[in-house]
Design a protein around this ligand. Structure first.
Ligand code: CAA
Length: 289
């Protein structure tokens, strides 16, 4: 296990320089302030980002989001890492955008400053990102989970978009992704009343794919990440691209894209290796090429 909050950054950089190459702010030894980042799994092939701002219930202030983006950049560049898990604490995944930070913002500042634009980094990750949600995922917290590719929930997790109670609406994709995940009626009810879903309700509604005891949640998410990371990274990225296109494209266009990506797998060594290994009755050894 390699843990690298920035206080440990220098020592880790000495031991595993590949972790830090190409990531600008890693050239400083300053630790992260609001997240912890480490590599997990038997092969250290799963990046773990833990939101760590307990006094504010992991409210997603600007710096915290920039740190998440930076850690994601780093894991994307790390060829050892095949998947990333984002989690919070047992009490709270994230209580949403930082209300203290934004309460004095004005429309011109939001509009010209592209407020929240940098929150989209999670969506543009090529590597699969798994949200492991224990406790509350509210507002931007729920939105961040929904930006991830897979959501696992702890038994006590709760999901909600309570922005209406603050006189605003979700601003980081909540109205769009929630509606696609749970359908119009439930999304409307949640966004218009602030009603929360329990983990079981979220599973039933299709928002999350697995519910686990609180203590087992992160290990289960890491295990899922390890299973993903054991496959070809390039083929995994193609599969992820194809599924995400289903949210953007009409069926015929989505099928066309899928076919092109399927054909493209035949341009990789990993496709050849996967099928050869099957025929030779052995485990495939993917090279990510
Ligand atoms: N922003 C800033 N600070 C927050 C916060 C937030 N979203 N949520 C909690 N905190 C802070 C509180 O202000 C408090 O700080 P102080 O001790 O300095 O007063 C600390 O965290 C603990 O919070 P509470 O005392 O309220 O804890 P609680 O256990 O009684 O309640 C809670 C927990 C239900 C999550 C409650 O804090 C709450 O309702 N938080 C706001 C949730 C919310 O509305 N989220 C949506 C934000 S808007 C958004 O996300 C827009 C978007 O789409 C991007």
């Amino acid at each position: 296990m390699v843990l690298f909050c920035r206080s440990a950054a220098f020592a880790v950089r000495q031991a595993a320089s590949f972790i830090f190459t190409g990531t600008r702010r890693y050239s400083t030894n300053a630790p992260f302030k609001f997240i912890l980042a480490s590599k997990k799994g038997d092969k250290e092939n799963v990046g773990l980002i833990q939101l760590n701002r307990p006094k504010a219930l992991n409210a997603l202030c600007d710096l915290l989001m920039r740190e998440v983006n930076e850690a994601l950049d780093h894991f994307e560049e790390d060829s050892q890492v095949g998947a990333v898990v984002i989690t919070g604490s047992e009490k709270v995944f994230a209580a949403g955008a930082d209300i203290k930070e934004m309460h004095n913002w004005t429309f011109p500042a939001c509009y010209t400053g592209n407020f929240l634009a940098h929150w989209n980094r999670v969506c543009s990750a090529k590597k699969p990102v798994i949200a492991a949600v224990n406790g509350l995922a509210l507002g931007g917290g729920c939105e961040m989970a929904m930006m991830c590719d897979i959501i696992y929930a702890g038994e006590k997790a709760q999901f909600g978009q309570p922005e209406i109670l603050l006189g605003t609406i979700p601003g980081a994709g909540g109205t769009q992704r929630l509606t696609r995940a749970v359908g119009k009626s439930l999304a409307m009810e949640m966004v218009l009343t602030g009603k929360r879903l329990t983990a079981q309700e979220a599973k039933q509604a299709g928002l999350v794919s697995g519910v686990f005891p609180v203590q087992q949640l992160v290990p289960e998410a890491i295990r899922c990440g390890e299973r993903i990371a054991s496959n070809s990274k390039i083929i995994t990225a193609m599969a992820k691209e194809a599924i995400n296109a289903a949210f953007e494209l009409p069926l015929a266009e989505g099928n066309r894209l899928e076919k092109k990506l399927f054909y493209a797998t035949f341009a990789t060594e990993d496709r050849k290796e996967g099928m050869t290994a099957f025929l030779e009755k052995r485990k495939a050894s993917f090279k990510d090429k």
